[in-house]
Write a protein that binds this ligand. Sequence first.
Ligand code: DHE
Length: 550
Amino acid sequence: MKLTKVLSMVAIASLGMSSVSMAEEITLSEAQMKDANQVYFDRCAGCHGMLRKGALGPTLEAKEMKTRGTEFLKTIIHEGTPGGMPDWGKSGELTEAQTELMAKYIQVEAQTPPEKSIADMKKSHKVLIPVKDRPKKPEAGAENWKDYFSVILRDVGQIAIIDGKTKEIKSVVPSGFATHITRTGASGRYMYVIGRDGKASMIDMWMKEPKNVAEIQVCNDARAIDTSKHKDYLDKYAVVGCYWPPSIVTLEADTLDPLKIVSTGSYTYDTNEYTREARVAAIIASHDKPEWIINIKETGQVWLYDYSNVKNPKVTMVEAERFLHDGGWDLSKRYFMTAANARDMISVIDTKEGKLVANIPSQGNKPHPGRGANVDHPTYGPLWASGHIGSNDIIFIGTDPKKHPKNAWKVVKKIQLPGEGGGNLFVKGHPNSPYILADRPVNPDRKLQTSFYAIDKNKLEVVKTIEIPEKYLPTVKVGDKTIESRGPVHFEFNADGTEVWTSIWGNKEVATAILVYDAKTLELKSVIEDPRLKTPTGKFNVTNTMKDVY
Ligand code: DHE
């Protein structure tokens, strides 16, 4: 379907008009409800919320959905929208029957999912290799461990550990369902992994063949994990941020034994309404204080969580903006730069003073920085960059109020990725790279989606579009549908910033590749191909993750 047709459907949707009768009766059997609950959890809850109150995506409350009707909702679920809703039907992720089922399901009232206690968590806790049986130093064959990459194999629930120097796959280990991110501890030794199903696991990088050494399911729906990075607490605690039950769970860093659970259900900062679904989005760890900086999405608060007294934590609730999602450090690692995506805002938190510095309009549609990318610009000084899902804007915000006060907390430059529409998910930089790289995996245009873009850090211009050769974009037949790979997603540099890696985001039926580019010439330098590399998404280099380099 053409972009214009989808746009006009979105316009109709926003006017609340529908050609379908408002009196449509929806009845679903118990089996259909069960299937639909699972599909909703897997595909929809992340953006629209378990209780369907909306966040990155709009509210899907039954009363409102009934006014739209099944046929209209089916089309949106099948085709997606230019605002970032994926084309679930067209891409083959949902069958026609599932598309219809979901169109009906969202017209039925949402159910509240169960809570989880520490005792519930403990049932799934396993120390697979006790601390005393783990290597005392990096084993022979693991000499390059500080330049290893953990690569998420999303739809097969695995992590590939790849040597950044030799490109050898050291191991492929199981993880949670649709694993979301990985983070290292401050020493880099363990890679911590969080699945969408709330399963946390930790991989020992000192092993010749890195393996999981502990695992636990701390909640039912999660996206974030991090560790204590302050020098007095190195590798002491891990923390998981949960979407459901909305909570923060502190764990022992070497065994994942659960220590403390804190509910995040609270009041929206602006309207002071209670929301149980106050989900934990991005978490970053301070290097200067025993503190995690935690986005509470729906209430619009950033929690500065002091873990020094782990059973009795102190929390400073900083009012920022609603629908806080992803974000990362500025160049100095004092300011947390984070996107309130559904409000088109970037909030800046001063972690030294423990306060909001600014809410900056992002000047685009749905900012989505990942952790963002940092630039030390010769004229503007330190800048932090973000792209947008819903528009093709890349913005640069000044982050140095001392030496560059005129540029601080302003969008000093806005540039456009070429072509129509947004679809950018991640930008990434490295101090030794002359470029910031930007992907576009959810742009509806095939050519734009299968390319990535190099932005010169001095000129602040897109200077090169790198098209992925067709041979690395396999298609797969599912039923009578031919499904194409989405193209490159997410970037990560090697430790010295001389290479940048991107993954080809495909379908789980077919292996794709990791493409490795020279960070200066942007020539394709090597291709990591292996039948096990299915649906690679995020990649995290041990050194860069340990030091928060991006
Ligand atoms: Fe992510 C980061 C949530 C969709 C791949 N994603 C994050 C973070 C959050 C989040 C809260 C920040 C974690 C942190 O820094 O502590 N992501 C969500 C969603 O709620 C959403 C929109 C829908 C969902 O149901 O999950 C979503 N994310 C996606 C994808 O579709 C991606 C591309 C593939 C996937 O796994 O589903 C995806 N998200 C990632 C990656 C990061 C991430 C690779 C880490 C980026 C980094 O460099 O730190």
